[in-house]
Design a protein around this ligand. Structure first.
Ligand code: GTP
Ligand code: OAA
Ligand code: MN
Length: 587
């Protein structure tokens, strides 16, 4: 197979000339193709067959031990003008970057098959969807892209018609971390990634395209590409609100999107539309709508069990690719927090010895089709997307941030998102548990200068349709007590907080004005049936004025890093918080 599109054909030819593959395979996305690739990977050892009685069609992939997470220090945004990439990105001059990375691609596919993967991010018939082509020498990437995107013939047809697509070139290279780069050229709609086979670095439709390149396109075209889950909350009365929520990597998006209502909230129904990325547009009526550009989940495995998230647990019992989990004696996948079974081999395939670190890698992942989710919403395939009632920002904060608060309005909400911070996790290489600013959970993913990004958010909310904008909230499931224990039970119980949020969207309950925003009255947040004393809820809903003054100072210094490009409106919003904190202090 090949293509009728001359520019695509030329690009594929050019790449083949550079990388020198033994053969070229155009992916059509069929079952037969997938089966053949899996067979070949079982032979080569790229995949290991899991226990097919307990886990039909499940496979394990072990990545190179140095290649288990995103590499932010090796990820670059290469714009002509350095300022356009901003202090939030590593930057390299595009000419220099191409020269450097093309050197690593030269001959990189010798002896290997080069796969050409046409894919569509978003429902194939959606005007909001965008296409791309990934060229890779990794069959693991092909089978994962097939789960994560609408991949194959239908996408190619759209690409040939539109003649506009993101070009992504990927090779696992020699997996040497010193020859590993993830480079983005937003002005050329081009991605080049070499030296890593890990999801976030290698499945180019995901972070590289649907966030870094798409956020650039979104600013030019007037929409938003965000690190957000997308879910529907149906009340017992039958009203459904759609909510988009931005939490940093490994901070609870998949789990919230697949939430199982607690026994104390009968009649509530949750629908998942997406677990990681949302593309948001204001429609002609001024309504903010969202689609999920992905068609699968690349989710964190550890911590998943029947109790924390029965939906996720059930979903990954079949037709799932596991990466870097441990194995039991009878070849079942095992991970920390599974709560049954015993690991005998760790994620590297070595005999497991307790005390020698976790059996599964903390960033071990599952890849699975979204359609396997028991609470999958078919509206995830609706070309027009769903209307958004509320946007949530949140992170891991062991202190300072209360369980939930509401922004005063859109502009204040943009400050809440811009100023948010979270503890780092195993999703990226580097130290864990360090609090860092992570505006809108996009620190690793915004493909341009954060200052311009904040301006874009403010502009989107400043039009004639401001009254239809969703409300913005901040949540924190991760407050800890003095003994380092989580104070809020989290998971299904988070619906108690979401109910308050939908109550606020419907104007059903008043809220308490505080310097940082609007907080629930204690009687409006139902904790009945929870093993929690009222003083804990008190703490979860309290604001420590001293800590918040420090927080405001820290946010102010953070904005300073972005210099004169920071929108003055954002600084005004921050001054407003500072003033209200002073007034509360004086009173
Ligand atoms: N304590 C607590 N832990 C949670 C909660 N929700 C999720 N987690 C844990 O946080 C980790 C990551 O959760 P995910 O839902 O996979 O995170 P994500 O935001 O989808 O992550 P990415 O895929 O990296 O973008 C898992 O180990 C979960 O078990 C919660 O409400 N409370
Ligand atoms: O991209 C990945 O590798 C997984 C992910 O969702 C994240 O890190 O936020
Ligand atoms: Mn993510």
């Amino acid at each position: 197979m090949t293509t009728s599109n001359a520019s695509l054909k030329r690009w594929v030819d050019d790449v083949a000339r550079l990388t020198q593959p033994a053969s070229i395979h155009w992916c059509n996305g069929s079952d037969a193709e997938n089966t053949a690739l899996i067979e070949a990977m079982l032979k080569s050892g790229d995949l290991i067959k899991l226990n097919q009685d307990t886990h039909p069609n499940c496979y394990l992939h072990r990545s190179h031990p140095s290649d288990v997470a995103r590499v932010e220090h090796l990820t670059f945004v290469c714009t002509r003008n350095k300022e356009d990439a901003g202090p939030n990105n590593h930057w390299m001059d595009p000419t220099e970057a191409h020269r450097k990375i093309d050197g690593l691609f030269a001959g990189a596919m010798r002896g290997r098959t080069m796969y050409v993967i046409p894919y569509c991010m978003g429902p194939i018939d959606s005007p909001f969807a965008r296409c791309g082509v990934e060229i890779t020498d990794s069959p693991y990437v092909v089978v994962n892209m097939r789960l994560m995107t609408r991949m194959g013939d239908a996408a190619l047809t759209r690409i040939e018609r539109e003649d506009k697509y993101v070009k992504g070139l990927h090779s696992i290279g020699d997996l040497d971390p010193d020859r590993r780069f993830i480079m983005h050229f937003p002005e050329e709609l081009t991605i080049k990634s070499v030296g890593s086979g890990y999801g976030g670095n290698a499945l180019l439709g995901k972070k590289c395209h649907a966030l870094r390149i798409a956020s650039w396109q979104a600013r030019e075209e007037g929409w938003l590409a965000e690190h957000m889950l997308l879910m529907g909350l149906q009340s017992p009365e039958g009203r459904t609100h759609y909510v988009a929520a931005a939490f940093p990597s490994a901070c609870g998006k998949t789990n919230l999107a697949m939430l199982v209502p607690p026994a104390s909230m009968p009649g509530w129904k949750i629908w998942t539309l997406g677990d990681d990325i949302s593309w948001l547009h204001v429609d002609e009526q001024g309504q903010l709508r969202a689609i999920n550009p992905e068609s699968g989940y690349f989710g964190v495995v550890p911590g998943t069990n029947r109790k924390t998230n029965c939906n996720a647990y059930d979903m990954i019992q079949r037709d799932t690719i596991f990466t870097n989990v441990a194995l039991t004696a009878d070849n079942q996948p095992w991970w920390e927090g599974l709560e049954n079974g015993t690991p005998v081999l760790d994620w590297q395939g070595k005999p497991y010895t307790p005390g020698n670190g976790p059996a599964a890698h903390p960033n071990s992942r599952f890849t699975v089709s979204a359609k396997q989710n028991p609470i999958y919403s078919t509206l995830a395939d609706a070309p027009e997307g769903v209307p958004i009632s509320a946007i949530l920002f949140g992170g891991r904060r062991r202190e300072v941030a209360p369980l939930v608060y509401e922004a005063r309005d859109w502009a204040h909400g943009v400050l809440v998102g811009a100023g948010m911070a979270s503890e780092t996790t195993a999703a990226a290489v580097g130290q864990m548990g360090v609090v860092r600013r992570d505006s809108m959970a996009m620190k690793p993913f915004a493909g341009y200068n954060f200052a311009d990004y904040w301006s874009h958010w403010l502009k989107l909310g400043s039009g004639a349709n401001a009254s239809k904008l969703p409300k913005i909230f901040h949540v924190n499931w991760f407050r800890q007590d003095r003994n380092g224990r989580f104070m809020w039970p989290g998971f299904g119980e988070n619906l108690r907080v979401l109910r308050w949020i939908t109550d606020r969207c419907e104007g059903k309950v008043p809220a308490i004005e505080t310097p940082i925003g609007l907080l629930p009255r204690k009687q409006d947040l139902d904790i009945s049936g929870l093993d929690m004393d009222p003083s804990t809820l008190e703490t979860l809903l309290s604001i420590d004025a001293g800590a918040w003054r420090q927080e405001v100072d820290a946010i102010s210094k953070y904005l300073d890093e972005y210099g004169s490009r920071v929108p003055s409106q954002l600084r005004e919003e921050l001054k407003g918080v500072a003033k209200r904190l002073e007034a509360a202090n004086a009173a």
